[in-house]
Design a protein around this ligand. Structure first.
Ligand code: BES
Ligand code: MN
Ligand code: ZN
Length: 509
């Protein structure tokens, strides 16, 4: 989809569809929507245009994600108008712009529109900053019209070719252009993460993921180093090696680095770590077969870091950022690691394996330890770590967050809130540590059924704690992999959760 920003009036813009908006409860629309309504007054004597007639009929309410359609019967250059519902004015947010824009643009795509023009939602009557409003409008448009057809013989050929962002107020044009450009970079990064997650696990194995990272880094101007299995062994990453040893696919450990122009490599960086289990069968502690295919998404944390690094490079963010992706496939086989094994981790800590299905924490442990060499100013790990977190917070509702540092945690929660990516903090009580003490080794990799999300976080904390400890936030995003339906900017399938929060952190003051 090509994107352009133009100055003009939406009602006179030639396109297959034009998109305006409506707050819930408004009966006489103003701004751009009012201008379109006035242009659609059938006969001079009519008090109402086509849009306000629909409102009076009760067919158009302005509820969030409602998309009304009006046909223009040659009164305007565009044959149809979509009216995107913004919900109640009091509840208006940037994320609602993304949602409304996503719903409207997807509808345009579904109807086969090729050239679509939209106003910037929220910058006029909504009163939001034009740059941020334009960014959210474009993010929603590109995320909401995402399609994954890599594995279809016959790809759906409905695709929007051109999206025009139309701004009437010339004084806002530069801000709208800047916002649209940033929104495009971010949405493309989210969609790239989604495609990694949606891709079949026989196609996306650890080396394939690492190759994708190499290509992305070359295209976007990042440094990329990929450790092979031999190098992972030399580094002593006992967790990564053990989890992957049952698979035909060797592990990879990807290091992506972004250094802002004019800065040398020494500045303390942010480090983002993503769990990259390209498929989680559970290993010898095998999972039930029902629904196991969803475990192709067990690399959603790594996908979020991949996408974030891409957007950070495109946006030339002001902070130095490192992305670490431990990539493995967790399989049962004659070579697989087993319950009872004791692993020596990169940090030297010895871990008793009680479940081979608690594999994510084993690969993250080595990455968290590896991060210490950077003396980071802050670390965030994202992981589809526990079913317990999904039980606690729900599917598609929020991710669970743990931290050793209130200030860094507040920064992450603020960034997530701004981006409409819900996160909820949970406690890192030392009693969770008591539950993973081992009789035969230093610690064990599961604390049993109760408190499963807390014990998993405390396990990770063992590899952060002590010498070289850094401000750390752990995000358990197990409930935030797939969207069950098309809604707002979400499309059925991978959500691409986490990318936007990480990007916002890299851009923060
Ligand atoms: N990848 C799973 C967690 C998961 C569950 C992600 C549901 C997405 C949706 C993880 O590796 C796992 O299997 N966790 C176990 C841990 C247990 C064995 C201590 C779990 O949650 O059951
Ligand atoms: Mn598992
Ligand atoms: Zn897993």
């Amino acid at each position: 989809m090509r994107l352009s920003v133009i100055q003009g009036q939406i009602q006179t813009t030639p396109a297959d569809a034009i998109i305006v908006n409506l707050f819930e409860g408004v009966t006489a629309p103003g701004g751009a929507t009012g201008a379109v309504d006035a242009a659609l007054r059938l006969g001079k004597a009519e008090a109402h245009g086509a849009i306000s007639q629909l409102i009076h009929l009760g067919d158009l309410t302005g509820r969030l994600n409602e998309v009304g359609v009006v046909y223009t019967y040659n009164q305007l250059p565009a044959p149809r108008v979509f009216i995107a519902g913004l919900g109640k004015r009091e509840a208006f947010t940037l994320d609602r712009i993304r949602q409304a824009s996503g719903s409207a643009v997807r509808k345009a795509r579904d109807l086969g529109c090729k050239r679509v023009a939209t106003i910037v939602h929220g910058s006029g009557i909504g009163g939001l900053d034009p740059q941020r409003a334009a960014q959210a409008t474009v993010e929603g448009a590109l995320m909401g019209s995402y399609q994954f057809s890599e594995h279809k013989s016959q790809a759906d050929d409905r695709a929007i070719e051109e999206l025009l962002v139309v701004e009437y107020d010339g004084s806002k044009l530069d801000a709208v252009k800047a916002g649209a450009q940033a929104g495009e970079a971010i949405a493309r990064a989210v969609n790239a993460a989604r495609s990694l997650i949606n891709r079949a696990p026989n196609v996306l194995y650890p080396d394939a993921f690492a190759q994708a990272a190499r290509e992305m880094a070359a295209q976007h101007g990042l440094q990329c180093v990929v450790l092979t299995e031999a190098e992972i062994a030399t580094a002593g990453m006992g967790g990564v090696l053990a989890v992957s040893q049952g698979s035909q696919h060797p592990p990879r450990f990807v290091i992506l680095e972004y250094v802002p122009e004019g800065q040398e490599g020494e500045m303390p960086p942010l480090v983002f770590i993503g769990k990259g289990v390209t498929f989680d069968t559970g290993g010898i502690s095998i999972k039930p077969s029902d629904g196991m295919q969803a475990m192709k998404a067990d690399m959603s944390g790594a996908a979020a870091v991949f996408g974030a690094m891409q957007a950070i490079a495109d946006l030339k963010a002001r902070r130095r950022v490192i992305g670490l992706l431990p990539l493995v496939e967790n399989m049962p086989s004659g070579n697989a690691y087993r319950p009872g094994d004791v692993l020596t981790m990169m940090s030297g800590l010895k871990v008793e394996v009680v479940s081979t299905d608690a594999e994510g924490r084993l690969i993250l442990a080595d990455a968290l330890h590896y991060a210490k060499r950077y003396r980071p100013r802050g670390v965030v790990d994202l992981a589809t770590l526990t079913g317990a977190c999904v039980v606690a917070l729900g599917e598609g509702i929020a991710a669970g967050v743990f931290s050793n540092n209130d200030d860094w945690c507040a920064a992450v929660l603020r960034a997530a809130d701004e981006q409409g990516e819900r996160m909820w903090r949970l406690p890192l009580y030392s009693e969770y540590g008591d539950k993973i003490k081992s009789d035969v080794a230093d610690i064990k990799n599961s604390g049993g059924r109760t408190g499963g999300v807390g014990t998993s976080a405390y396990f990770l904390y063992h590899f952060v704690q002590g010498e070289g400890e850094y401000p750390w936030v752990h995000v358990d995003m197990a409930g935030m992999t797939f969207s069950p339906e098309n809604k707002g900017y979400l499309v059925k399938g991978a959500m691409g959760y986490g990318v936007r929060t990480l990007v916002a952190l890299a851009q923060a003051e």
